[in-house]
Design a protein. Sequence first.
Lengths: 48, 246
Amino acid sequence: MSIIDRDILTITISYILFWLVIIILTIYPLFRLRKTLKKIENFEKNIE
Amino acid sequence: MALNVPKLLKTNLLLVISIAMLVINLLLIVILTSFNLLVWKDNRIVYIIFFYHVSGAWLAYFSFGVSLLSHIQYLRNKKIIYSRIGKNSIIVGVFFTAFTLITGSLWYNATSASYGSKPEDYWQWSDPRQTMTFVLLMSYIAFLIFRSLIEDKEQKTKLSAALGIALFPTVPLSYFSAIIFESFHVLSIKPADPGTIYWNPLKIFILLFNLIGMTIFFVYIVKQLVDLDKKREKLDILIQKRLIEA
């Protein structure tokens, strides 16, 4: 593999990894929050 | 169910701003690099890894700094919000420390031949910055494990605040290790050379733009994680209430 190809591969891996971290950190709290709110709603309905 | 776009934008404004900044930054890097407007050492484009590597390191150090201040505030005021901010900052910090370590290793691997090391090397235990950052990562992962093991809520917040403060010296140690000791890290090799990364206004602008975008992202994520903790606490109270009733 030429140096330029290796450089491009290294950068691509790094940049994909960066956006993966951003996506995980964005999506995780949103999904967990939605799930928790649903559970709370169900509990409150049951208590009523 | 119809999506309420204005409401979504309003509640996630910080996320929208930070993602827009990061995307603009990415486009800037790609366009400037493809037109050869960003010139690097030996004309190697691998050096554009610098923008994300340094931004990741900045966010990691910043997160641990915020966690230190929050834990100190918690011990002074006993307000649970500070404990939550402290813990969640550490979660974000751990992610970005791991990211920084991985990109640092990839960068080192791509350029190791110019340091006289074996090509294909990813890791040098003899490098103080790399090793100390690894210690930093392990310390804060241990913090999160420790915190999750304690069941009593008051003990959990108190002990984790103390541990969060006690672990903070690993942050300046990681940063200064490359300055005090001999290191392969770019900063310590030629810190004042006008040809290096730190003295190009265009590169500095792109880096600062990225840093601002990532800091806004950090504020948004910690706010979201704190909200999540609040709701989980509410759910716990409801479950306990239900158990008592049963």
